[in-house]
Each structure stands twice: as structure tokens, then as C-alpha cells.
Design a protein around this ligand. Structure first.
Ligand code: G3P
Ligand code: MG
Length: 259
């Protein structure tokens, strides 16, 4: 399926890191909870283990969202990308959040992909390289996404703040749609998105104003935003013509089944 601004198969509402803050971010438990709240598309952060396995983790380090420090002590590197997947897969990525999720494992990307594919859910794969690994991460994540979604009617949406990661994804799997993530409107953002043949600009919601929406839409991009957590902000964006919302508040916004 060719994804364009007109031919857009994704729902309006996307659950951030699975289910926002209601469950441990970037875990299968979060995806299940987001789905139970009616969400049919999810965003997650993907990086590489030391042996090249894509897995879900937001930060460079495991400290905030796993028991790595407790398990390994302070002398062992807390950088997720420094460890093989066999070691990472033993970590508890749920206890930090709450007792209800104790023992929830750190997921590999493949398992999350199977959950989405099996249930017909959309996935926004944020390529979140460990510092210094942009090209390698973009390449490997795109390879895996192309393989896993090879028979799917709707491809995953790849996104990144890092143009180098998106360029690598483009070179590896040009047919997979891409979105450029922005936390500022840095000089050259529009030209960069055009040169990477992106289909969407995904901005911090505060960056969308009439001028930026007009610029993006005139160049043929869909306008999406993160992280939209209250109704008045969502309404402001809707009024501007923003068409996609990544939210933590899966408990507040109830996506209609058609959205
Ligand atoms: O992909 C949208 C959003 O997830 C980007 O910010 O830091 O939550 O990954 P962050
Ligand atoms: Mg993210």
C-alpha cells in the first residue's frame, strides 16, 4: 500500500509507548492495556541490543524503567545497547511502575510486532538509537519491519528525531512510510523531510501553528503531534488541521472504532 497524505490508513489516535503512564511504558502489558481502552494504533521506542536485536526502550539507559541497577549493581553499564538480548530479556521492566506489573519483561520488537499484526493494530515504530548508533539502528529496524510486515496490508509507520536513522531506513526499506519527529522547528526541517521522502511530520504539539501546518501540508505531509494529553490542546490542534495524536491519556480520549 502506498501511503500518502490522501491515502492514510492509520487511526487518528495513537497510544504513546503502549498505554502512556497507566502501565510500564514500552511493554506488552502496556499494549494490552491500550488495546483494552479501544486503541488500535500504538507508538513505541526501538533500539538495538549489543548483538543487534531490536527491543523496546525509551532512554539510552535501563535505569529508569527496569531493575537493571538493582540486579547488576552500579559497576555494570546501564546502557541498554551495551548488553546482549539474552541478558536484557531477563530484566524486570514492570516493577519500577507498580506491583501489579512486577515481572513484566522487557520486550523484543518481534514480539510486539506479532501482537500488532495478529490483532490488526497499527504500529508507529520510533527508531530511538542508542547515542552514536543512528545508521545501524535505522537499517536493522527497517530490515526487521519489512520482514515482519511483508504480508500485511497496512505497513508500520517508521519515525525518528534522527535524520540519519531515517535515511538508513529509507535506504533499507524505501517502501515503508516514514515520519520526521521534531521537538523544535530547526532550520531545514521541511527540506530534510522532503529529501527523506517522509509522509508525515510529527511535532511536539506546541510547534503546530497556522504557519507550520500550512508549510507541512502544502509540501504534502500529514501533520501529527505528540504528546497530546488534554482536551483543550487536542481541540486547538484539530482546529489547525492536525490529523494525528499520540497520547498518554488512553483513559481520557476514547478513539471511535473508525478512528
Ligand atoms: O514518537 C512520539 C514521541 O514518542 C516522541 O517523544 O521522547 O516520548 O519518544 P518520546
Ligand atoms: Mg517515542
Amino acid at each position: 500500500m502506498l501511503i500518502t497524505e490522501e491515502n492514510w490508513p492509520y487511526p487518528t489516535w495513537i497510544a504513546h509507548r503502549g498505554a502512556g503512564k497507566l502501565a510500564p511504558e514500552n511493554t506488552l502489558a502496556a499494549f494490552r492495556l491500550g488495546a483494552a481502552h479501544g486503541y488500535r494504533m500504538f507508538e513505541c521506542d526501538v533500539k538495538l541490543s549489543a548483538d543487534g536485536v531490536p527491543f523496546l526502550l525509551h532512554d539510552d539507559t535501563l535505569t529508569r524503567t527496569s531493575n537493571a541497577l538493582l540486579q547488576w549493581g552500579a559497576d555494570v553499564s546501564a546502557v541498554g545497547g551495551d548488553h546482549d538480548w539474552g541478558t536484557l530479556s531477563q530484566l524486570d521492566a514492570g516493577s519500577w511502575h507498580s506491583r501489579a506489573f512486577a515481572g513484566e519483561p522487557l520486550p523484543c520488537f518481534e514480539n510486539i510486532a506479532h501482537f500488532c499484526l495478529h490483532n490488526g493494530y497499527g504500529l508507529n515504530i520510533e527508531i530511538k538509537p542508542t547515542t552514536g548508533q543512528a545508521r545501524q539502528t535505522g537499517t536493522v529496524v527497517a530490515q526487521h519491519a519489512a520482514r515482519l510486515w511483508r504480508n500485511a496490508s497496512v505497513p508500520p509507520l517508521l519515525s525518528s528525531f534522527d535524520p540519519e536513522a531515517l535515511a538508513a531506513a529509507h535506504d533499507t526499506a524505501p517502501h515503508l512510510p516514514r515520519g520526521l519527529l521534531l521537538e523544535t522547528l530547526w532550520k531545514g526541517w521541511l527540506e530534510t523531510a522532503l529529501s527523506l521522502e517522509c509522509v508525515a511530520i510529527i511535532c511536539d504539539h506546541t510547534l503546530w501553528e497556522t504557519s507550520s501546518v500550512t508549510q507541512a501540508q502544502s509540501a504534502g505531509f500529514r501533520c501529527l503531534s505528540y504528546t497530546v494529553n488534554d482536551a483543550s490542546k487536542a481541540q486547538r490542534l484539530l482546529d489547525l488541521g492536525v490529523e494525528g495524536f499520540i497520547t498518554d491519556r488512553v483513559d481520557l480520549f476514547a478513539p471511535a472504532s473508525s478512528q
